[in-house]
Ligand binder design. Structure first.
Ligand code: SAM
Length: 290
């Protein structure tokens, strides 16, 4: 299934791309937002698209070959956006008029069979890019102490059954190590005595995913660096999908000196968008201008 860009109209409104300007799409994914930016920045504006999913970058490299009008204006890099400043510097990509972070899970990642989706039975991996780290979700569940697992579920999933789930995981792993999403689902069901509660499962999977991929640390550092590399009058737009990310964005924006916050309250999708694209339902967009 193709990934539908979330809050596309609003993203373009706040990034306000003009002809011949340059933008960084730090989470280019399926390229939906970037294509709209490239349309507005014709005929010389460039987009530097970053994604740590090799699958996403390879797919876009393939697509851009057939599009003459964008092939020289879209530069693609497979990397962690924590390196945003170094990547822009190395490619001499400047001036930078805007930067976009769209932090959600792309359809490709959900369908990657690496344990991001709890619908099927998949290996408990959860690495966005297996080449970038050795740490997997199963390694955490099989080696962390009860206290550490509790801490992860509580802090990164904000899950009220964290204590019971951590205890159950420690008990079950003595019989058999955790290697599949099915085992984790069974542990959650046993601990909470609730059959397939999607909200609890989503929080548990989110917590592990955040830790495996160091998602919050990446975001904090990338935002700090984005403030520095942005040109005068440049804009940053961040779309986040859970409260931990949104809190970081809100606080970083507040602390950013000499910046103007463009969204007093976060922008959320309209009912119609949520109906067409249910994955957009938790999205919150914040924007800032230098
Ligand atoms: C919601 S998708 C982006 C969708 C995109 N805006 C579109 O319209 O198709 C989020 C993307 O961010 C990428 N991503 C998440 N964290 C990242 C990081 N630290 N560095 C680079 N890419 C990251 C994921 O691999 C995923 O492809």
């Amino acid at each position: 299934m193709k990934h539908l860009p979330v809050l596309l109209k609003e993203t373009i409104q706040f990034l306000a791309p003009c002809p011949n300007e340059n933008f960084i799409d730090a989470t280019i994914g399926g390229g939906g937002h970037s294509l709209a930016i490239l349309e507005k920045t014709k005929s010389k504006g460039k987009v530097l698209g970053i994604d740590w999913s090799l699958e996403a970058i390879t797919e876009l490299e393939q697509q851009k070959k057939n599009k003459l009008d964008i092939s020289s204006r879209l530069i693609l890099v497979a990397d962690n956006f924590i390196n945003i400043a170094a990547i822009a510097h190395k490619l001499n990509f400047k001036p930078i008029h805007g930067i976009l972070f769209d932090l959600g899970l792309s359809t490709d990642i959900l369908e990657s069979k690496r344990g991001f989706s709890f619908k099927d039975n998949e290996p408990l991996d959860m690495r966005y890019n297996p080449k970038m780290t050795d740490l997997t979700a199963s390694h955490i569940l099989n080696t962390a102490s009860e206290k550490e697992i509790y801490y992860i579920l509580k802090n990164f999933g904000e899950e009220k059954y964290s204590y019971k789930i951590a205890k159950t995981i420690i008990f079950l792993r003595q019989k058999e190590p955790f290697t599949t999403t099915k085992q984790l689902k069974i542990a959650v069901i046993k601990a909470t005595k609730q059959n397939f509660n999607i909200k609890i499962l989503a929080r548990v999977f989110q917590a592990l995913r955040i830790v495996v991929n160091k998602e919050l640390e990446n975001l904090e550092k990338a935002l700090d660096d984005s403030f520095n590399i942005l040109a005068e009058n440049g804009r940053i737009v961040v779309i986040s999908y859970h409260s931990l990310e949104d809190r970081i964005v809100k606080n970083k924006f507040k602390q950013a000196k000499n910046f103007k916050i463009l969204t007093k309250k976060p922008i959320i999708p309209k009912e119609e968008e949520i109906k067409n694209n249910p994955r957009s339902r938790s999205a919150k967009l914040r924007a800032i201008k230098k």
